[in-house]
Write a protein that binds this ligand. Structure first.
Ligand code: MLT
Length: 404
């Protein structure tokens, strides 16, 4: 399955021939234009150059079905037919507004390096086209949880710890916790629309994310888990508690808040949805980056800044739009705080500007069994910024959670 979303392209008058319609050379150009547009809106138009390779076309075959004229708007999608070690076969289809197939293109690419020799496909390129990737920190397995498959990393044995990432990042933000929290079964999924999970065009809400995760626990035959949610992951954790209280044996709320968006916040989500649609995932990442990481991290940990940028860049646009609308429409969890009856740890980065320590303190005092820890020198993405400190406070908390 391709991770590139369909785009609409307009037929330009100058692309048409003397008979006033698009000929085969015009179709080739239009399909190529659509591909660049898909890349720009998805993983970035520099996907190939930043990976040091170039896709050379070995073969291109156009099947023509119906005429297209100047100013026609065609919807072009892209299906991956085969991903090899160095090659990629795709099919693009252009359809008119009424859905009728206008033309199809089958292309075989070979990845070449700067010297023109075939080169192995880098993970980032392979994953952008829906292929397999090599995950350095553990085994990634895909689980079918209904209408989507989720990419999930899981390590260790023992009671389950479900780690739910924030936005616009993915499960790799929990790398240190997945690697180190021994004696627990650490499960870090990419939420739908994020990382390497499927990214449908529709179907995003806190209820949908929570439903996916409960079905994932079912697939893994896990009855109860400690749920750790960072920021948007915290919103999902609240939803899990509301809907599936019996599956939760402990709660870690990290750099998150219980209240819903303010009217201004909702407007901000809509504006960012527009940025995602018009400029792509990378632009959303750039917009959010200054507030996602603490000032200390931004000054002293350029590799973490790059890691976050990279995670945002590889989030599919439908996933970004879906997450923003799910967050915009999420319910207020404040009225439920007093009823939380599982051991709870609230963790916040000292320099978190999005969900600052004052927010964490208020939330902690409203939850009967909650304790709070502040992580010095970290911002909103504390597990990435201060991984050792965060893993340590989680480990200490887990020690105190009654085991099933
Ligand atoms: C997150 O980190 O998940 C987001 O900052 C949450 C939000 O925007 O509300």
């Amino acid at each position: 399955m391709s991770r590139l979303s369909p785009v609409e392209v307009t037929v330009y008058p100058y692309e048409c021939d003397a008979y006033g319609h698009l000929n085969e050379a015009g179709f080739l150009q239009l399909f190529e234009r659509a591909r660049w547009e898909m890349l720009a809106r998805g993983p970035g138009a520099d996907l190939f150059s930043r990976n040091g390779i170039w896709p050379a076309v070995r073969r291109a075959v156009v099947d023509y079905h119906r005429p297209a004229f100047p100013a026609d708007v065609l919807r072009v999608d892209l299906v991956v037919e085969k991903i090899g070690r160095t090659s990629l076969e795709i099919r693009q289809r252009a359809a008119s507004k009424d859905g009728a197939l206008v033309a199809e293109l089958h292309v075989v690419f070979v990845m070449i390096d700067k010297s023109g020799k075939p080169a192995p496909m880098p993970d980032e390129v392979s994953s952008a086209f829906g292929g397999r990737v090599t995950v350095p920190t553990g085994e990634m397995v895909r689980y079918d949880v209904g209408d989507v498959t989720l990419a999930v990393e899981s390590r260790g044995d023992g009671p389950a710890l479900l780690l739910i990432h924030g936005f616009p990042v993915d499960r790799s933000m929990w790398g240190h916790q997945v690697a180190t929290l021994a004696r627990w079964r650490r499960i870090a999924p990419d939420l739908r629309g994020c990382g390497f999970s499927d990214a449908p065009e529709q179907g995003y809400s806190m209820a949908a994310y929570a439903g996916d995760l409960v079905r994932l626990l079912d697939r893994l035959r896990i009855e109860r888990a400690v749920i750790a949610g960072l920021s948007m992951g915290g919103y999902v954790a609240f939803e899990l508690l509301r809907r599936y209280r019996e599956r939760v044996m402990g709660l870690i709320l990290m750099d998150t808040r219980a209240d819903a968006d303010t009217p201004e916040g909702r407007k901000g989500r809509d504006a960012l949805i527009e940025v995602a649609r018009s400029q792509g995932a990378a632009a959303v990442g750039e917009h959010l980056l200054p507030r996602l990481l603490g000032r200390s991290t931004q000054r002293t940990q350029p590799q973490v800044v790059e890691q976050v940028r990279e995670m945002a860049r590889r989030t599919p646009v439908p996933g970004i739009v879906g997450a923003l609308s799910a967050m915009r429409d999420r319910p207020d969890s404040t009225p439920h705080l007093g009823a939380i009856d599982v051991p709870t740890l609230v963790v916040v980065g000292e320099e978190d500007e999005l969900t600052p320590p004052a927010v964490a303190r208020a939330m902690t005092s409203a939850i009967p069994l909650a304790a709070m820890t502040t992580i010095p020198g970290a911002g909103h993405l504390a597990p990435l910024e201060a991984p050792t400190a965060v893993s340590r406070v989680i480990a200490e908390f887990l020690e105190a959670v009654p085991r099933p």
